[in-house]
Design a protein around this ligand. Structure first.
Ligand SMILES: NC(=O)c1ccc[n+]([C@@H]2O[C@H](COP(=O)([O-])OP(=O)(O)OC[C@H]3O[C@@H](n4cnc5c(N)ncnc54)[C@H](O)[C@@H]3O)[C@@H](O)[C@H]2O)c1
Length: 347
């Protein structure tokens, strides 16, 4: 979801024109690591088995209309008001799912340096899903409250008859180094990004295990698979989230539930495209004075596919795959959506 007040940067200056040399070593790499579509192409190319869904069936005169990959399913998405969460709601609806969108739709922490989502944002997600012909239940709540999530699951089951998939997407970013990080800000990031995701999964277990079928997806981050010198609490939460996914996958497989993570590089949302983030990732930056084009150029140079960030829709596409029948035996995995940068991992 592009921030309409913040137009995309123009093409980068030619090499050598970057006014901010990379004096801080890995900081450029870190910027892009904040955060996706190469994985899908690889999956499709490597898949020898016949397709499980009818979504790609050729149009035959008189044949029934093609069905979406999530036709008739019910999906709960946290952080649904905007950004990646909204893109997931829309992608799921486009594939035939009804959606419960859960969001705090207000400030989650006073340490976050970018504007919070609003009830109007959540209402806009609702409007967009309904325009696709699917049902949408907006629920305002905080992922730090497991009872609130349990109620949301009940609402989804009440309205849609079942719960097929949950996406633990809600998250916040506070770019503060370990030397200066504030105690409360530290707790907020861990509580929302890690405990909030655990709460989301835990709330869904009863409804999913009763049907012996369920899909759980967490939006982690490339910063859950590598280190970075700008956000230790965010890194710790996202590394923890992938650990949670793997443990839950092992435990819940016997209940017919798959659990996976998606780990994006920087994504074109408010969380990434704000002045504080640009300052945090740019050497010798004056806060609030780093032009977006400078940060974007630094980021573009480290992505093998040559983009400064990926789009929320690139992340949503992988989530749809993981929620679909095609991914019935995919569990305990983390899927990079990193425009190629994830190749720097050791494995
Ligand atoms: N944008 C990136 O560069 C990037 C990269 C990798 C991973 N991610 C992850 O993707 C997820 C979505 O991020 P985004 O970029 O769309 O950010 P965003 O700020 O645009 O959206 C996050 C949404 O989560 C909601 N939210 C925050 N705290 C909440 C809480 N306590 N309870 C309920 N809802 C809450 C917000 O209101 C907002 O609508 C996050 O987990 C983030 O860490 C983002």
């Amino acid at each position: 979801m592009q921030d309409e007040t913040d137009p995309p940067p123009s093409d980068p200056p030619s090499p050598g024109a970057d006014p901010e040399p990379d004096a801080a070593g890995g900081r450029r790499t870190v910027f892009v690591a904040l955060g996706a579509a190469a994985g899908l192409a690889g999956l499709a190319a490597g898949c020898a088995a016949p397709p499980l869904s009818t979504a790609a069936a050729p149009a035959v005169p008189g044949a029934p209309a093609p069905r979406g990959r999530l036709e008739g399913q019910s999906v709960l998405v946290t952080g649904a008001a905007r950004g990646i969460g909204r893109a997931i709601c829309l992608a799921a609806a486009r594939e035939g799912a009804d959606v419960l969108g859960f969001d705090i739709a207000g400030p989650a922490s006073r340490h976050v340096g970018y504007p919070p989502a609003t009830p109007a944002d959540l209402a806009e997600t609702e409007r967009l899903v309904q325009a696709l012909g699917r049902r949408f239940l907006p629920v305002q709540g905080d992922v730090r409250s497991r009872p609130a999530l349990a109620r949301a699951v009940d609402q989804a089951v009440g309205a849609f008859g079942k719960l097929d998939a949950v996406v633990a997407n809600a998250g916040i970013m506070v770019p503060e180094g370990i030397a200066e990080v504030n105690d409360e800000g530290w707790r907020d990031v861990l509580d929302v990004n890690l405990t909030g995701a655990a709460n989301t999964f835990r709330a869904a277990i009863p409804a999913m295990s009763a049907r012996r079928r369920g899909r759980m997806v967490a939006i982690a981050s490339m910063l859950g698979r590598m280190g970075a010198p700008i956000s230790p609490q965010y890194n710790a939460a996202k590394w923890g989230l992938i650990g949670l996914v793997k443990s839950a996958a092992l435990e819940l497989g016997g209940k017919g539930i798959t659990v996976n993570a998606v780990s994006p590089t920087g994504v074109n949302t408010v969380m990434l495209r704000n002045a504080r983030q640009y300052a945090a990732v740019t050497p010798r930056a004056v806060p609030g004075r780093v032009p977006e084009a400078v940060a974007a150029t630094a980021s573009r140079t480290v992505h093998p596919l040559g983009v400064p960030w990926v789009e929320p829709e690139d992340v949503a596409a992988v989530v749809v795959f993981l929620a679909s029948d095609e991914a019935r035996y995919v569990s305990g995995a983390s899927f990079d959506v990193t425009a190629g940068l994830g190749a720097i991992y050791t494995a």
